[in-house]
Structure formats: structure tokens, C-alpha cells
Design a protein around this ligand. Structure first.
Ligand SMILES: *[C@@H]1O[C@H](CO)[C@@H](O)[C@H](O)[C@H]1NC(C)=O
Ligand SMILES: *[C@@H]1O[C@H](CO)[C@@H](O)[C@H](O)[C@H]1NC(C)=O
Ligand SMILES: *[C@@H]1O[C@H](CO)[C@@H](O)[C@H](O)[C@H]1NC(C)=O
Ligand SMILES: *[C@@H]1O[C@H](CO)[C@@H](O)[C@H](O)[C@H]1NC(C)=O
Ligand SMILES: *[C@@H]1O[C@H](CO)[C@@H](O)[C@H](O)[C@H]1NC(C)=O
Ligand SMILES: *[C@@H]1O[C@H](CO)[C@@H](O)[C@H](O)[C@H]1NC(C)=O
Ligand SMILES: *[C@@H]1O[C@H](CO)[C@@H](O)[C@H](O)[C@H]1NC(C)=O
Ligand SMILES: *[C@@H]1O[C@H](CO)[C@@H](O)[C@H](O)[C@H]1NC(C)=O
Ligand SMILES: *[C@@H]1O[C@H](CO)[C@@H](O)[C@H](O)[C@H]1NC(C)=O
Ligand SMILES: *[C@@H]1O[C@H](CO)[C@@H](O)[C@H](O)[C@H]1NC(C)=O
Ligand SMILES: *[C@@H]1O[C@H](CO)[C@@H](O)[C@H](O)[C@H]1NC(C)=O
Ligand SMILES: *[C@@H]1O[C@H](CO)[C@@H](O)[C@H](O)[C@H]1NC(C)=O
Length: 597
């Protein structure tokens, strides 16, 4: 039978084949279809897939025989027919019984049948999704949730006893509130309520459940309905970032100290913080009784103040939730007489954009710090607003954005921390993210006119109105139809005399100039009546005695020269130089060059 069918099949291939080839083929025989797998649905159907054999096939029949012996004629038989390689037979029977499955490949001349051993339908069952009833927190176990589902007897072909025995494989899918990533984890389910302990405290989770029957051939059920549950609170896993500011020291060397801390981020708080607890002690571990405002600190507080004695002391901070207290954060305040600790070596604060500054520093070379604190504030801003950040010792840069705006001058300082020795002195940088022009003019006193001299005295533009680093002042004056004359004065000069002015009406203006440009101008009109009085004022620095003669000569020369107008000012002695301080006898453009140089 087998031999003759092989001969028929080889003839079908055509006459062109060699004898050798047809002999080989006839030796192996045709390959039957191969069942890949089946999926059973309880009291519904079974779907099987197979691979085609190597004979031309017109269609297939899937035959499903209920029972353990496919040849018994009185067993229930279910079939489906297809030209494809999978089909679904309606069984309408429990999956707990055995099924014998065969695929029959039909061709014009003969049928080829492939069998597989009879086995329980449950091995390949796809369970129905179960109803998920509740997801609840577990008292005292903030990482766990208690999940309850329901076994509906009529549709769930695994008994309670089998569930207790561990015949289910299960997975949960969960998403934490506000997070996008969905996680799927294997869980052990030996009952219709079970504990899962892989969560974060105080977090709302959305959960779904799915099962499969033990063994690798049962596919996962569809996911259950979703339920939400929140894990219980835990004690905070870390203390808040803690820092201090010494505000003032009184005559007995007691220090008024502000203690500062940051709210705990959610992932460290593990619940709702109920209160903070601050305790300060002296070096001899004597707890200080004067708590200042540091008593009964509510969850909203981020600072408190108290007085600390002159000696070395330390303060500790903890945060508490309903479930417990965090580890403590401690800061040390060295006594006034203790040796100076090294500051960071270099600091720069460069703008990245309008709202951020890149702060970089170098760790002290002589002693390695345990960390750093970066503090910053805008000049002129309410001085009780101090921004700060604590960093570990491996950080030597920080991008600051909190409270950072363009056209404000920031004072950025870095201190190194040395564990129990406390914090070292600061190193400070000033900078702007973007400079602007001054929004106010210099406050000039009423000009004093003495003969042909106009004396101007002004106070600097307040730093918060400058919006940039002052580079110089622009003084200009004009009379009649003459073009205005401009004089540039260094930014640290705050007075100037215009001398030997011809009689007439003058417009005088003064502007502060930053890197971004000149700001609002102060403008004044003066009238010079007499041209006879010509007092030459030469302001001398007493320490530059050698230049005295020179100056006198200069003054004399000036008297003889064609009447010149010039501006004299008293430089700040701290940064005066001879170049700047040369008596100004030359024409204005010369003087300007001197000033700029
Ligand atoms: C088989 O049964 C399942 C479960 O009742 C059903 O969802 C599916 O549609 C059925 N398949 C076919 C082809 O009838
Ligand atoms: C199936 O039934 C047939 C006929 O009754 C019998 O000959 C055969 O041994 C049975 N096979 C098995 C595996 O029980
Ligand atoms: C089927 O037939 C066998 C013997 O032929 C018998 O033992 C068996 O009880 C029958 N089964 C049913 C369900 O009738
Ligand atoms: C399935 O079988 C039950 C009884 O066993 C019957 O009541 C029901 O009508 C059957 N359903 C189908 C779709 O054949
Ligand atoms: C399920 O497992 C847990 C822990 O492994 C055990 O405490 C519990 O008794 C088990 N339940 C059943 C019904 O076996
Ligand atoms: C989860 O279970 C499946 C099947 O039981 C297994 O293949 C897989 O490796 C398991 N995954 C993990 C992460 O244990
Ligand atoms: C605050 O901390 C101190 C010292 O650790 C402790 O004695 C006190 O009971 C704490 N207070 C509260 C309200 O927890
Ligand atoms: C201020 O910023 C400029 C860049 O705009 C930078 O070159 C300079 O070094 C910064 N100054 C300080 C003190 O960091
Ligand atoms: C500064 O701010 C604090 C709190 O932010 C406020 O109590 C105080 O009155 C402010 N002072 C000024 C001068 O604005
Ligand atoms: C220091 O802080 C950085 C950034 O916060 C972190 O990546 C690093 O692991 C920390 N190093 C140590 C030693 O804690
Ligand atoms: C830096 O230290 C000096 C001297 O102790 C102090 O006057 C100044 O206010 C400090 N600057 C900052 C920004 O903390
Ligand atoms: C100023 O110029 C105007 C015309 O531009 C002329 O009429 C006037 O006489 C001039 N005045 C002086 C003081 O030169």
C-alpha cells in the first residue's frame, strides 16, 4: 500500500525526473501534515494549527475525538474542514477530559492522516479572564498589596484544590499613578486572594491579572478587568536636605541661626509627612532647651530659627509619616575659635540661557571635603530668599535655575563641607544670565555752578536697577548749535567738574553704561553767565607727591592755553593708577583715551 502510493506520487512529478531521484523519494515516503498546537476553550471549541505535508492537498479535516481511544466508534467526534492550515472545531465540552486529535490531508487520490497522542484538553487550555474584585493595602507592609479575584465555577476548569496545590501560573500587570511604563511580573497565586510585595509605599497602582494552567503549553488568558489600590505608608527612606544660615552673632557670641530644609520628594517621603523634628545639641551632647521657632514643626515648614551658643554644636532633623520617622540629617556648626577650613579653589558661574547658570568649582586641594553647598540669591531681592543645594563630594558643578531670571545680578557661592568639622568659608562669583541697560539714571545732586565751572556729584545706580555690570558713565554736554561733547568716566567715579565753560546755556546729561548699553539719562540745563572767573581746581592725591610739580605746571599751562573745558574726577583710591590720575590738561579726546586705556 505504502509502496504503490509512493510510485503513483513519483509519477505525478513528471517524466523529467531521473530514475535515481525517484528511487530516493520513493524510499522516504510522503511527509504528512504536522500538528503544531491546539488551543482549547472550556465548554466551547478547540483551534488547532498544523504545518502542511509535502503532498498536494485539496483540503484538510481536523478530527477531535473525545476520550482516550480514538478508535472507539461510540466516542463523540468533532470536526472542521479547511483549505488553510488551521481551523476551529466546536466541542461544547469540558476541557478536563481527554481529546484525540488528528489532521487528515485530502488529495484527489488518497488521504494522509497525522495523529498525535490523546491528552487532557486542559494541557492546552486558554482560561477565561477572571474578574478582579479588589486590590487592598496590607497593614504594616507598605510594599505589598492584597489582590482578590473570583473563580466562577462554570467557566473555570481548575478546582480550588488544584489552585491551592499551585496548578496556576499567574502574572500581574501594574502601572504606578502618573507613570507611563507598564510592568508585568510573575506572581504566585495559591488562592483567590494573594499577596504581592513588589510595590513602592504610598503609591496608587492599577492592576490586572491573568492566569494559565501549569505547564508551558497553556497560553495566557486575556487580562482581567483593572482595579486600583494604594500601598500603605512607610517611614521616609531619607532625611530632607538640611542646611543653615548664621544670621547674626550677639555680644555673648550666641548665634542666631536659621535652619533650612527642603520638602522630601515623593519617592523618599513614602507617605504624607506629618511633621519635622529638630533637635540641637552642644558638643557635650547636652540637648538645647531653647528651641526658638523649631518646636512643633508642621509638614509645610521648611525653616526655623533658634539661638545657639558660641561653642561647637550640631542640629539634627527628621521627617515623620504615619508609619515612622526618617533617618536623621545632621549639620555641625563649628565654634568661633576653630581653625579655618579651606574654601573651594575656584568658582565660575556662566549663563547657559536666560534662566540658568552653570556653576563650576574646584575642590580644595589640601583637605578633601565630604560635600558642597551651593547658595545663590539675586542682589536687591528680598534677602530672606536664599536658594541652596547640597551636593556630595563627587560633584563640582551644578546648573542652577531656581529663581534665576535675566537682568538680575546673582551672587553664587560655594562652601565645602567637612563632616563633623562643619562648613568652610565660601568662594563667591557674581554674574548675570543676560545683562540689560540700567533702568534708572544716576542720582545727581543739583549741579554747583561756580563761575565757569559746573560740579556734578552723583550716587551710583542701585545694583538691582543696573541690570548689568557697570562699565562707565557717559557724560555729555552741549551749548547752542555746537555738537554735544561726550566724556566716558570709569564706573567707580562719582563726581566730575566741567571747567572753563563759555557763557551760555548748556544741556548736560549723564548715563550709566553696562555691557548691554546705556540706560536712562539724567538731563539738566545750566546757564553760565561769567567768563571771567576761572578757578582751576586740581585735585591731588597726597601720596603722589612727585606728580605735584607736574600738576602745577599743567595748571599753569592750562591757564595760558586757549580756554579748555575738562572734567575732573576723584578716582577711587583703591584702584587708582598713575595713568588714570595724570592731570588732565589735554583736549577731551586725549583724556577719553586715557580713561579708556
Ligand atoms: C472559541 O471559543 C471562544 C471562547 O468561547 C470564543 O471566543 C471564540 O470565538 C471561539 N472560536 C470560534 C472560531 O468560534
Ligand atoms: C482502543 O479500542 C480498541 C477497540 O476497542 C482496542 O483494540 C485498543 O486496544 C484500544 N486502545 C487503547 C490505547 O486503549
Ligand atoms: C462505547 O463502547 C464500548 C465498547 O464497545 C463500551 O465499553 C462503552 O461503554 C461505550 N461508551 C459509551 C459512552 O457508550
Ligand atoms: C452545549 O451542551 C449543552 C449541554 O451539554 C447544551 O445545552 C448546549 O445547547 C450546547 N451548546 C451548543 C452550542 O451546542
Ligand atoms: C499560599 O501561600 C502562602 C505563602 O506561600 C501561604 O501562607 C498560604 O497558606 C498558602 N495558601 C494556601 C491555600 O495554600
Ligand atoms: C515568568 O514565568 C514564565 C512562565 O512561567 C517564565 O518563562 C519566565 O521566565 C518567568 N519570568 C520571570 C521574570 O521569572
Ligand atoms: C524629636 O526627636 C527627639 C530626639 O530624637 C525625641 O526625643 C522626640 O521625642 C522627638 N519628637 C517627636 C515628636 O517625635
Ligand atoms: C560670567 O559669565 C561670563 C559669560 O557670559 C563668563 O565668561 C564669566 O567667566 C562669568 N563670570 C564669572 C565670575 O563666573
Ligand atoms: C521678605 O520675604 C519674607 C518671606 O518671604 C517676608 O516675610 C518679608 O516681609 C519680606 N521682606 C521684604 C522686605 O519684602
Ligand atoms: C553624588 O551625587 C551624584 C548626583 O546626585 C550621584 O550620581 C552620585 O552617585 C553620588 N555619589 C555618591 C558617592 O554618593
Ligand atoms: C561669603 O563669606 C563672606 C565672609 O564670611 C560673607 O560676608 C558673605 O556674605 C558670604 N557670601 C555668601 C553668598 O554667603
Ligand atoms: C543755530 O543754527 C540756526 C540754524 O541752523 C541759526 O539760525 C542760528 O543762528 C544758529 N545759532 C547760533 C548761536 O549759532
Amino acid at each position: 500500500m505504502e509502496w504503490s502510493s509512493a510510485v503513483v506520487w513519483t509519477c505525478l512529478l513528471g517524466a523529467g525526473l531521473t530514475l535515481a531521484f525517484s528511487t530516493t523519494t520513493s524510499m522516504t515516503g510522503p511527509r504528512p501534515p504536522r500538528l503544531i498546537d491546539c488551543v482549547f476553550h472550556h465548554y466551547a471549541n478547540v483551534t488547532c494549527r498544523w504545518e502542511a505535508g509535502d503532498t498536494p492537498t485539496t483540503h484538510y479535516t481536523l478530527e477531535v475525538v473525545r476520550g482516550k481511544n480514538r478508535t472507539l466508534k461510540n466516542n463523540s467526534r468533532f470536526t472542521c474542514t479547511t483549505t488553510d492550515t488551521s481551523c476551529t472545531a466546536i466541542t461544547n465540552s469540558s476541557v478536563r477530559v481527554h481529546f484525540c486529535i488528528s489532521v487528515i490531508a485530502h488529495s484527489h487520490r488518497r488521504d494522509i492522516t497525522s495523529h498525535r497522542p490523546c491528552q487532557s484538553g486542559r494541557i492546552e487550555v486558554m482560561l477565561y479572564p477572571v474578574p478582579l474584585n479588589s486590590v487592598k493595602p496590607v497593614r504594616g507592609r507598605p510594599h505589598c498589596l492584597y489582590v482578590t479575584w473570583e473563580r466562577i465555577v462554570t467557566v473555570f476548569p481548575v478546582s480550588f484544590m488544584e489552585i491551592y496545590a499551585g496548578d496556576l501560573k499567574s502574572q500581574i500587570e501594574f502601572t504606578a499613578e502618573g507613570q507611563l511604563n507598564v510592568q508585568v511580573k510573575n506572581v504566585t497565586v495559591n488562592d483567590t486572594s494573594f499577596l504581592v510585595c513588589l510595590f513602592r509605599p504610598d503609591t496608587l497602582y492599577t492592576i490586572r491579572l491573568r492566569h494559565s494552567y501549569k505547564g508551558p503549553q497553556s497560553p495566557w488568558s486575556l487580562w482581567s478587568n483593572a482595579r486600583q489600590g494604594r500601598t500603605g505608608e512607610d517611614a521616609p527612606s531619607a532625611a530632607p536636605a538640611f542646611w543653615r544660615r548664621v544670621k547674626q552673632t550677639d555680644k555673648n557670641d550666641w548665634r542666631l541661626v536659621s535652619l533650612l530644609w527642603k520638602p522630601l520628594p515623593r519617592f523618599l517621603a513614602n507617605g504624607r509627612v506629618l511633621f519635622f523634628n529638630v533637635t540641637c545639641q552642644t558638643e557635650s551632647t547636652q540637648i538645647l532647651n531653647d528651641h526658638g521657632s523649631c518646636r512643633d514643626l508642621p509638614h509645610t515648614s521648611t525653616s526655623c530659627s533658634l539661638r545657639l551658643p558660641a561653642g561647637r554644636c550640631s542640629c539634627a532633623l527628621t521627617a515623620s509619616t504615619s508609619a515612622g520617622t526618617s533617618p536623621e540629617a545632621r549639620i555641625w556648626l563649628p565654634g568661633a575659635s576653630e581653625t579655618e577650613l579651606p574654601p573651594p579653589e575656584q568658582i565660575t558661574a556662566s549663563p547657559l540661557d536666560d534662566n540658568s547658570l552653570d556653576v563650576r568649582w574646584t575642590a580644595p586641594a589640601t583637605q578633601s571635603p565630604s560635600g558642597f553647598v551651593v547658595e545663590w540669591f539675586a542682589v536687591g531681592e528680598n534677602s530672606s530668599i536664599l536658594h541652596w543645594e547640597r551636593l556630595n563630594s563627587s560633584c563640582t558643578s551644578l546648573v542652577i535655575t531656581e529663581g534665576v531670571k535675566p537682568m538680575e545680578r546673582y551672587v553664587v557661592s560655594v562652601k565645602a563641607l567637612y563632616g563633623e568639622q562643619g562648613a568652610g568659608p565660601n568662594r563667591t562669583a557674581h554674574n548675570y544670565t543676560r545683562q540689560g541697560v540700567p533702568s534708572a539714571c544716576p542720582a545727581v545732586e543739583t549741579p554747583k555752578i561756580i563761575g565757569s565751572t559746573v560740579k556734578l556729584v552723583w550716587s551710583p545706580v542701585p545694583e538691582e536697577l543696573l541690570h548689568g555690570f557697570i562699565r562707565n558713565y557717559i557724560l555729555s554736554y552741549s551749548t547752542g548749535n555746537h555738537t554735544a561733547k561726550r566724556v566716558l568716566l570709569p564706573g567707580d567715579v562719582h563726581s566730575c567738574s566741567l571747567k572753563n565753560l563759555s557763557p551760555g546755556n548748556y544741556n548736560i546729561s549723564l548715563q550709566a553704561n553696562t555691557d548691554a548699553g546705556a540706560g536712562t539719562a539724567w538731563i539738566n540745563h545750566v546757564h553760565i553767565t561769567s567768563e571771567d572767573i576761572s578757578i582751576v581746581m586740581c585735585v591731588l592725591l597726597p601720596l603722589v607727591l612727585t606728580s605735584l610739580a607736574l600738576v602745577l605746571m599743567a595748571c599753569l599751562t592750562q591757564n595760558k592755553m586757549v580756554k579748555q573745558t575738562l572734567c575732573q574726577y576723584v578716582p577711587d583710591p583703591s584702584n587708582s593708577s598713575l595713568a588714570l590720575w595724570k592731570p588732565k590738561i589735554a583736549l577731551e579726546d586725549v583724556m577719553i583715551r586715557q580713561i579708556i586705556s
